[in-house]
Design a protein around this ligand. Structure first.
Ligand code: G3I
Length: 382
């Protein structure tokens, strides 16, 4: 967020008026010119953070892969690419491994960006994970129409074709797949809190089981993950997800891990999280943190205040998770504030004006922030 630059000369009346506004603003934590002291503090923090080893190393020392979502276009910026190579031991495509991205027209598969990411990962000693196969969103129009018109048997053939053509292509090269993404949505009033996904409509609730059994055959080497969001904050959704996972486990469905997306929000409590982690542990499922970022919609705050709130929220999250489980992988949904979906009004209804936000470990200049420090402290203390 840019600092408001106070005008250099003011009339007495204007000065009094501005002072009153400034005082009120300061009380509300409004964006104010950085004082010299604050600039010194900022410089000291930066020097402290720059001296620390990269997250990929700190996490590897604890048996965790740390990384982030990315796309080739972001890596064209050398400063971003350098920071990504330094900090990340794993990557996940933010967009290019989604159905609408690689199959915009029926019968034509385009994997150029995915292949480029796989080459980049290989060149820099990184792993790569797959996101995502069976999802209600990012479906190409032709597939939406075909699924809507398909019999259950035809829909199952579509699922098989999708998994073999995509996951089959990358067999043995991805550490895990979000096999099914975001299948829970109690607001849809479906049985067991399932989302009214096109897959549910076409195949019934067994689509989830079928997807995991299919992927066990398509790529046995890739860990099979169920991935979802808001379960950290929303008890009803967490309960529905755990109940679904229990049903799958009782039927020996080959699901191996849960992906907590962890799109956290400042001010939202994490009441469901502890029990959710206990339930995941009881079901002997691995935990992945798959899409961590921290949204703070108090856009009027200055960067330092913003960053502190974001870091405090992440700390509370990891305090709870790490007291119960050790994730195998921790990925943030982007590495730098330069590329975050949270600044995109198309995708983030909380930010209709597309205001700049600071949800990620590095700022827009790829400098480490307090969130980076929280990740460093939490992981190295494991
Ligand atoms: O780049 C293409 C462009 O070539 C094409 O012409 C255009 C046509 O619409 O689309 C462009 O791609 C956009 C893509 O982001 C890359 O910027 C898509 O429109 C847009 O829908 C897509 O949004 C992504 C969204 O998932 C839907 O796939 C966001 O970047 C991505 O951050 C977001 O990520 C999701 C996770 O997959 C699941 N969990 C929630 C998370 C945040 O919503």
């Amino acid at each position: 967020m840019d600092q408001i630059k106070a005008p250099l000369t003011l009339s007495r009346r204007a000065f009094l008026g501005t002072s009153a506004v400034v005082a009120a603003g300061a009380a509300a934590g409004l964006v104010l010119p950085l004082s010299l002291r604050a600039q010194e503090q900022d410089k000291a923090l930066q020097a402290e953070l720059d001296a620390l080893p990269p997250l990929r190393q700190v996490a590897a020392d604890k048996g965790i892969d740390f990384g982030a979502a990315v796309e080739p276009i972001y890596l064209q910026d050398n400063d971003f690419s350098d920071a990504f190579i330094k900090e990340c031991a794993i990557l996940v495509p933010e967009w290019s491994l989604k159905w609408a991205a690689y199959a915009p027209t029926e019968g034509r598969l385009v994997f150029d960006d995915v292949d480029q990411l796989l080459r980049f990962a290989g060149a820099h000693g990184m792993k790569m994970r797959g996101h995502t196969l069976i999802w209600y969103a990012a479906m190409p129009d032709w597939a939406k129409a075909a699924l809507a018109a398909a019999s259950p048997a035809r829909a199952e053939q579509m699922m098989e074709s999708l998994c073999y053509s995509v996951a089959g292509r990358y067999r043995g090269r991805l550490t895990s797949w979000d096999v099914v993404n975001e299948a829970i949505e109690p607001k849809d009033n479906q049985d067991n809190g399932l989302r009214a996904s096109p897959w549910l409509q076409a195949m019934g609730p067994d689509y989830i089981e079928k997807a995991f059994r299919l992927m066990a055959a398509v790529d046995p080497s890739a860990q099979r993950v169920y991935n979802d969001y808001a379960v950290e904050h929303n008890q009803e959704k967490a309960d529905a997800m755990v109940a679904m996972l229990r049903r799958l486990k009782e039927r020996d469905v080959p699901i191996q891990a849960v992906g907590l997306q962890a799109h956290l929000s400042v001010g939202k409590d994490l009441a469901p999280l502890a029990k959710l982690c206990k339930d995941i542990k009881d079901m002997e499922l691995d935990l992945l943190i798959t899409e961590l970022d921290v949204e703070d919609t108090s856009y009027w705050l200055n960067d330092a205040a913003h960053d502190q709130r974001v870091a405090d929220t992440a700390r509370a999250f990891f305090d709870t998770v790490f007291s119960l489980l050790k994730p195998k992988q921790i990925l943030t949904w982007g590495l730098s504030d330069r590329h975050t979906w949270l600044a995109d009004p198309k995708w983030n209804s909380h930010n209709p004006l597309g205001l700049s936000t600071r949800p990620l470990p590095l700022d827009k200049g790829c400098r480490r922030k307090l969130l980076w420090k929280t990740l460093y402290q939490q992981i190295s203390a494991l």
